[in-house]
Design a protein around this ligand. Structure first.
Ligand SMILES: [Fe+2]
Ligand SMILES: [Fe+2]
Length: 134
């Protein structure tokens, strides 16, 4: 079973939802690539893509926090850092290993990401509308 998008992961902002979908999609493609033993090029490309999506996405959320004075920003940003550190570990394993990052790290990413959306990201839903006001 690969990670797939489900509508209960929506937070109600078209831009942030599109980011989440792209990240879920990239993680799913990585799972498939690893399972089919498509090491090296394929996995490396998806990893870079994933890192880029995550960087853009976290920056967009953190901008929303600054604009709205979201009270749980500090803890939320710390969570984002954990994910980026794990992603970096996955990349290092990929580069230094045989082009095969550990599946347990991938499992961590999958679980972290869906849990993060349904717990932490949901907390900022009431602030989305506020960020659009002038
Ligand atoms: Fe987040
Ligand atoms: Fe998010």
């Amino acid at each position: 079973m690969y990670i797939t998008w489900s509508d209960d992961l929506n937070v109600g902002d078209p831009e942030l939802d599109a980011h989440h979908r792209s990240i879920v999609d990239a993680i799913g493609r990585m799972e498939q690539a690893l399972e089919k033993n498509q090491k090296n090029t394929m996995t490396g490309m998806i990893l870079l893509e994933l890192q880029q999506y995550v960087k853009v996405h976290f920056a967009a959320e953190e901008k929303l926090f600054r604009k709205t004075g979201f009270p749980q920003a500090e803890q939320h940003i710390a969570e984002h850092k954990i994910f980026q550190e794990k992603l970096e570990i996955l990349k290092e394993e990929f580069v230094s290993g045989e082009g095969y990052p550990a599946l347990d790290v991938l499992d961590f990413l999958i679980n972290w990401f869906t849990n993060h959306i349904t717990t932490f990201d949901r907390e900022y839903i009431p602030y989305i509308g506020m960020s659009k006001e002038h």
